[in-house]
Design a protein around this ligand. Structure first.
Ligand SMILES: Nc1ncnc2c1ncn2[C@@H]1O[C@H](COP(=O)(O)OP(=O)(O)OP(=O)(O)O)[C@@H](O)[C@H]1O
Ligand SMILES: [Mg+2]
Length: 312
């Protein structure tokens, strides 16, 4: 072999070896990670939201993989949030329909009874008519509450803040509930308190107090006691509504502020309740920068406490 041929052969072998090394490096650091990433991207596009890139994060493609994983993570979160909202919406529609159906069916039944002869029944017809009225009232209340909730949620009912004398509003509410309390021989007491004015929407504050006191009277047996007190500390006012009523089991406590949630469905419905009162209370207080909580012992009574910022 001439030196020139040997040189050419050596050169060719050297080139081939270099190419082989180059191909090896290329595959390892470009081809493989890229195809791993594009595979995951395809999986994600197919709807396999759990697919993730697994590459050492410090490399160049590793960073791309991490970014893709982050995007997938966010996307997955958004999707499950959308699903959750859709589920809540569906349940809400089902609840509303169900709540409207019962009084509607009752009204129809009584109207039919009257229609098919009971109009002549002078002894009982008044009772039938009263039932129709009662159920129509119930539907009106339900629709009113729903409209309130929807207005509060959509921001169409922003609180008209002003300094409010809580004692005065509480007195009005207590006077309004007196007849109901007296009927059950419940002592409804408004303890005198000396607090600064609160920053609130008067009408909405009245609704909060009405709902809480109405519950307290409703869910307290005859000869019980309902007390309202308030105190101030660190620029906030705390209002306490205490009753000696039936109480609420511990495992139900976290749910009573949910829309339509009632501990004893039959009993609450009998009293005209739809389970919207407390969710309205919570909503209003949140719009006021306040909060609400409850402590309760079955058979002993419940204490609802809410806070509001004071006006000054
Ligand atoms: N003071 C209380 N004592 C015992 N249980 C209560 C009391 N307040 C509320 N609850 C329970 O919490 C549930 C939800 O209360 P909420 O005020 O939202 O609904 P409601 O009173 O049943 O109906 P609505 O207020 O819409 O007329 C009630 O059904 C009741 O089971
Ligand atoms: Mg209520």
């Amino acid at each position: 072999m001439s030196p020139s041929t040997a040189f050419a052969a050596g050169f060719a072998i050297g080139t081939l070896a270099m190419l082989a090394v180059f191909a090896f490096v290329f595959r390892r650091s470009f081809s493989r990670p890229l195809s791993a990433i594009s595979q995951v991207a395809e999986q994600l596009a197919r709807g396999e939201h759990g697919a993730r890139v697994r590459l050492p994060p410090a490399t160049r493609f590793g960073r791309l993989g991490t970014t893709l994983n982050l995007l997938a993570e966010r996307f997955q979160h958004d999707i499950s949030e959308l699903r959750r909202l859709e589920q809540i919406r569906k349940e809400f529609v089902a609840n509303v329909s169900h709540e409207l159906r019962t009084p509607l069916a009752t009204i129809k039944a009584f109207a039919e009874t009257l229609h098919s002869g009971a109009v002549e029944d002078t002894e009982n017809r008044m009772e039938f008519i009263q039932e129709i009225e009662k159920n129509a009232d119930r539907m009106t209340r339900l629709v009113d509450d729903l409209l309130t909730i929807s207005a509060l949620e959509s921001g169409k009912l922003p609180p008209a803040f002003e300094p409010v004398d809580l004692m005065r509003v509480a007195r009005e509410v207590v006077v309004g509930l007196m007849p109901l309390a007296q009927k059950k021989m419940i002592v409804l007491r408004l303890e005198p308190f000396d607090i600064p004015q609160v920053r609130a929407d008067k009408g909405q504050l009245k609704q909060v107090l009405t709902n809480l006191l109405d519950n307290a009277v409703k869910y307290t047996a005859e000869k019980g006691t309902v007390r309202l007190t308030a105190s101030a500390q660190n620029g906030r006012v705390t209002v306490k509504v205490e009753d000696t009523g039936c109480g609420i089991p511990g495992q139900e406590l976290p749910r009573i502020f949910e829309r339509f949630y009632r501990v004893d469905k039959a009993r609450s419905r009998e009293m005209g309740g739809t389970g919207l009162g407390l969710s309205i209370v919570k909503h209003i207080l949140e719009l006021h920068g306040g909060s609400v909580g409850v402590e309760s012992a079955v058979g002993r009574g419940s204490t609802f406490r809410f806070t509001l910022p004071s006006a000054s």
